[in-house]
Ligand binder design. Structure first.
Ligand SMILES: [Fe+2]
Ligand SMILES: [Fe+2]
Length: 212
């Protein structure tokens, strides 16, 4: 059990206040962020990841969702974010990288790993680390997400499946959702997906224990 120190508890309390202020106009988004933080802590505990970092990244992951889409596009442009396509096409994934950069300036005392996980909860990466995967999965599996057979299978696999398998299945599900809803699929996501597929196919030890 990994109880936060008094300093960490104070920092978390300050972050909770900041998030409540930032997302104050969006109570559903705020509640989602709190649930993602709780789910991230549970995942962190199950997979040996730092629980305090998981809680902080979960609380802050949707910080930039407070901004309207056009502001996110303006901010992304001002930050020089390059997605290799028109920014308006990738509006749903801008808030991760924007938040990572803004929050790094607000909380210089936090570890880079936290900002990386916040960035990657929307854009993912070929080299996702354990905290990146915990936040990505927590965002998709938090209890406020409507139940369906795919989500329930993933929720049931927490703690027994490998974290990278849990991530891969969650990531694939997100891609399927983008396609099902007829939205633009960023080529960077396809590249990352193909990377994990080819890596998995080389892992003989995974045969037979892939999540369905
Ligand atoms: Fe998000
Ligand atoms: Fe989220």
């Amino acid at each position: 059990m990994d109880e936060p120190s008094q300093a960490a508890a104070q920092l978390i309390a300050r972050i909770e206040e900041d998030v409540a202020r930032q997302l104050g106009g969006k109570p559903k988004r705020l509640a989602h962020s709190c649930r993602v933080a709780e789910t991230a802590v549970e995942l962190a505990r199950a997979y040996g990841v730092d629980e305090t970092r998981a809680r902080i990244a979960g609380l802050l992951h949707d910080y930039a969702k407070a901004y309207p889409a056009y502001v996110q596009v303006e901010k992304a442009r001002a930050l020089g974010l390059d997605f290799g396509c028109e920014l308006a096409l990738v509006t749903p994934i801008l808030h991760g990288p924007i938040a990572a950069r803004e929050l790094a300036a607000i909380y210089p005392e936090l570890e880079a790993e936290i900002f990386q996980a916040i960035e990657r909860h929307t854009v993912a990466a070929a080299d996702m680390g354990p905290l990146d995967m915990v936040i990505y999965v927590a965002d998709a599996l938090e209890p406020g997400r409507p139940s369906n057979p795919g989500i329930e299978r993933l929720r049931a696999a927490v703690g027994t499946a490998r974290l990278d398998e849990l991530f891969f299945k969650t990531f694939s599900g997100s891609i399927a959702y983008v396609i099902e809803t007829g939205r633009f699929l960023w080529p960077g996501t396809v590249e990352t997906y193909n990377h994990y597929v080819s890596r998995r196919s080389q892992r003989k030890d995974l045969h037979g224990i892939h999540l369905a």
